[in-house]
Design a protein around this ligand. Sequence first.
Ligand SMILES: [Zn+2]
Length: 327
Amino acid sequence: MYLDLDLHYGDGVAQAFLSPTHYPSSIPPGKKPPRPPQVLTLSIHHHSPIFFPPHTAHSGLPSPDSPHPFTLSLPLAAYPSSSTYARLWGSCVEPIKKAFDPDYIVLQLGTDGLTGDPIGRYGAWSVDGEGGVVWCVEKVKGWGRPTCVLGGGGYDHANTARAWALATSVLVSDQATRLADVQVGRPLHPDTAVPDFAGLPEFAPSFTLEVPHSTSDYASSVPILKPLGNVPDENTDASLSHTEAAFKTLAVRIRSILAAYSRQVTSIKYNIKTPALPVPRTTSKPPVLDLRRPGPSEPARIVERGRRIHRSATGQSHWDMSPPTAG
Ligand SMILES: [Zn+2]
């Protein structure tokens, strides 16, 4: 399962893993179910006519009867806040993940949806708090599946570095070290000071890992590019409910496609007829050498392919030309 949290639509990956199969809205009883794809892609992003990338066939909200229920797009209006991410996580992301039940996760953790990103511009995501970057990473980690976390967009260098440092500390921490109350292997706190290095001035004025979340928090050197913050989330309850209804149906369809295909595979597995192996005309066994020391009345025997070679006690051998017998 590929989960894309970048503010831009993950068009390339969605296209790369788009299944050529068109899945029916329901599978009639007795009809052979289509094989589900190996990869499900889900991109949560801002979508509008003026925002990159341009509209594609799959960048909008999929219809509940979409022929491509494994290529999912969750478009958002401007300034999606952490509370919007938290709501959609519970109502859309979790049901899809549960239905697809992936073996592996690839998380694309773009941070250009953070408030004030100079390229994202239409984001109002936070790093901390419910629904924030760290919260989402904790949720994915909690799934307990092998996970590859990738960077993504993020054009405020300081905030992107902060967010990824905090997210990385969550990913590499474990419950044991948390309980042991040791510093190594624990998630970083936003108050953590940024170490001195050449890029430190970009972390002014706090010089910590805390990501400012409103315009007034910024001591921006490029105020024109960072005008956004404290802007209202334009994702209304009605629009989110509409999205949730579509994803609810899509999750049911995904589960039913996987279940139908699984039943078919199980049926094939247990009804398979094993072809009878051809019976050899003669028993073919490797030569057996009887190493017992020959006694005066007991010649050594070499049994080979049903024929016997008799060797007398005096060392003379002769072929036994009698018909082969089972050796
Ligand atoms: Zn982006």
